[in-house]
Write a protein that binds this ligand. Structure first.
Ligand SMILES: Nc1ncnc2c1ncn2[C@@H]1O[C@H](COP(=O)(O)OP(=O)(O)OP(=O)(O)O)[C@@H](O)[C@H]1O
Ligand SMILES: [Mg+2]
Length: 222
């Protein structure tokens, strides 16, 4: 559990087309079925400001956005989302499920675009006030497979149009982050069947929710 909150903050990360949005929908069904209070949000987006930023950074591929301003726009969306949506939901004791978060910036703008990791960490700290997920599911797969999946959705966005070498660096960046924080990250092979992935994800979340209840019980009775 986040030390500053009673809720549970879960993020999904991974390359394009890895199955994040698919698995998030499955997790939300499970949470609903279990009667667990939750919200679903995404980056960039999730607030009126974030939705406008999403339009600029993703959906206008012909607009020139250099790496640093790109990162700052993501960070602006993130800061608004944390303050307006995520922290209040965690304070209410809810589960927050977020489709991408700060790890995506470290992987895409750091490993992918080559911005300095120290600078990214510093600005991310400022944007989030240091709020980190309790659990992060990294759906890992060869970016060629993910991009081929995503291509079936129609017009590629800005990041989907980047070259394969970029996406390989992003994948490696995600895996390096997971190695640094093995307690937070659960790395799953994204080429598995959706049902199998959903089962593995729910097992981890259910266990974490149970641990949270046990902690709450221990603190209220002791
Ligand atoms: N485990 C899976 N096996 C095969 N295909 C899958 C699997 N999970 C999702 N897909 C398909 O791959 C495509 C991309 O899935 P999805 O949109 O969930 O990925 P994403 O990680 O959210 O992508 P993006 O990074 O672009 O948001 C969809 O067409 C989806 O139906
Ligand atoms: Mg998605």
């Amino acid at each position: 559990m986040s030390p500053e909150s009673r809720g549970l903050f879960i993020t999904f990360e991974g390359p394009e087309g890895a199955g994040k949005t698919t698995q998030i929908a499955r997790l939300v069904e499970q949470l609903e079925g279990a009667g667990v209070a939750h919200i679903l949000t995404r980056e960039p987006g999730g607030t009126p400001l974030g939705t406008r930023i999403r339009q600029v950074v993703l959906l206008e591929p012909d607009l020139q956005v250099d790496p640093l301003p790109e990162f700052l726009l993501y960070s602006a969306s993130r800061a608004q989302l944390v303050g307006q949506i995520i922290r209040p939901a965690l304070a209410r004791g809810e589960v927050v499920v977020c489709d991408r978060y700060a790890d995506s910036s470290l992987a895409y703008q750091g490993a992918g675009r080559g911005l300095d990791a120290g600078l990214l960490a510093q600005i991310t700290q400022a944007a989030t006030g240091g709020l980190k997920p309790d659990l992060t599911f990294l759906l890992d797969l060869d970016p060629a497979i993910g991009l081929a999946r995503a291509a079936t959705r129609g017009e590629p966005d800005r990041l989907e149009r980047a070259d394969l070498a970029f996406h390989q660096r992003v994948r490696a960046g995600f895996l390096a982050l997971a190695q640094q924080e093995p307690g937070r990250f659960h790395v799953l092979d994204g080429t598995q069947e959706p049902d199998d992935l959903a089962g593995q994800i729910w097992a981890v979340v259910e266990n974490k929710l149970r641990m949270g209840q046990a902690e709450a019980h221990a603190s209220s009775s002791g």
